[in-house]
Design a protein around this ligand. Structure first.
Ligand code: SF4
Length: 321
């Protein structure tokens, strides 16, 4: 089979892509491209307010969008206008992104989700949170809201390596993550789950990142986002980088690892992101993460050159570096 035949054979692509893109998913579910509109509900995080830690994860810059004083509706109107200017007629997904958006008083969370569910032209509501912040009340609420609007719950998995999770001060274990993930899976309703994976965390080698992809494949989420670690200013990771004890991945390293991870992940899993959105004003390094087109092109080239596609090798060797 030649390269072109393999491209056409990948079941979740109608272009030359060898992985299941978010664009493909959106086109088949909504009939057109979809874009997130980031919202900041001004919530906090148990890893910042002292419940499980202060200061947040090693790489966390605070998570606020800067939308101080704006209501959810005002943020959405502003964000939707920007999305339409950039992409034209696309489906809109309001995204509660900053901090931990299932962490709060249940009545206030209910009001928040109800307002988000009725935002104009919203086709889905995305909620970013932690797997240790899914109480029974929250799960019931999510199941109820998902009957009004489909939900996409985005969980920060980062790594399956417990040592790494201690290093990055995430404040709960991977074992706890899996318990929360399972409970969310069993919550019922119209809920999809997206796992966030990070490449290049301190102390991790290629084998750790591939192991995390294997664990994500085992959990069988609806989507994953994978991105290389960004060093943001005034974070613990920034101090480590300045002290010379941490180096981020190069683009070639990230793309090479990403290829191996995609080969491991089942083809049904939507790859919602392969690079991060790091604002220019707070990004210290690496600057290559801002060139998303270059990253996408490099990934397409490398997958083609290596003759691989998403899910082609669930038994890939994860040893070595
Ligand atoms: S869980 Fe998320 S919001 Fe909380 S400190 Fe970590 S990265 Fe920041």
């Amino acid at each position: 089979m030649n390269s072109l035949q393999i491209d056409k054979a990948f079941p979740y692509s109608d272009t030359e892509k060898r992985y299941h893109t978010f664009d493909y998913f959106a086109k088949h579910l909504f009939g057109k491209k979809a874009a997130r509109v980031s919202l900041d509900a001004h919530l906090t995080c148990p890893n910042k307010d002292g419940t499980c830690g202060y200061g947040g994860c090693l790489f966390c810059a605070g998570g606020s969008s800067g939308a101080i004083g704006e209501t959810i509706e005002e943020q959405y109107a502003r964000g939707a206008a920007a999305v339409h200017r950039k992409w034209g007629d696309v489906a809109l997904i309001p995204y509660l992104q900053a901090n931990t958006n299932t962490y709060g008083e249940i009545g206030a969370l209910s009001d928040l989700y109800e307002r988000c569910a009725t935002l104009p032209s919203a086709v889905m509501l995305a909620i970013g949170t932690r797997a240790d912040c899914l109480s029974e009340d929250v799960l019931s609420l999510l199941a109820r809201i998902s009957k009004k609007i489909p939900l996409l719950i985005e969980l920060g998995m980062q790594s399956s390596n417990e040592e790494t999770l201690t290093t990055i001060r995430r404040g709960y274990t991977h074992a706890d993550f899996v318990k929360g993930y399972r409970r969310l899976r069993e919550a019922g309703g119209n809920i999809r789950i997206c796992l966030h994976l990070m490449n290049g965390l301190p102390g991790e080698a290629r084998a750790d990142m591939l192991q995390t992809a294997k664990e994500a494949a085992r959990l069988a989420p609806d989507m994953v986002k994978i991105h290389a670690v960004c060093v943001l200013k005034n974070t613990g990771l920034h101090a480590m980088w300045e002290a010379g004890v941490y180096s981020p991945l190069t683009m070639a390293e990230h793309v090479g690892i990403l290829c191996d991870q995609l080969a491991i992940l089942p083809p049904e899993v939507v790859i919602a992101r392969i690079c991060a959105d790091a604002p220019r004003d707070i990004l210290a390094t690496p600057m290559w993460v801002r060139n998303k087109m270059a990253i996408r092109n490099a990934l397409d080239r490398e997958m083609r050159a290596r003759g691989i596609w998403q899910g082609c090798s669930s038994n890939i060797h994860v040893g070595g570096v």
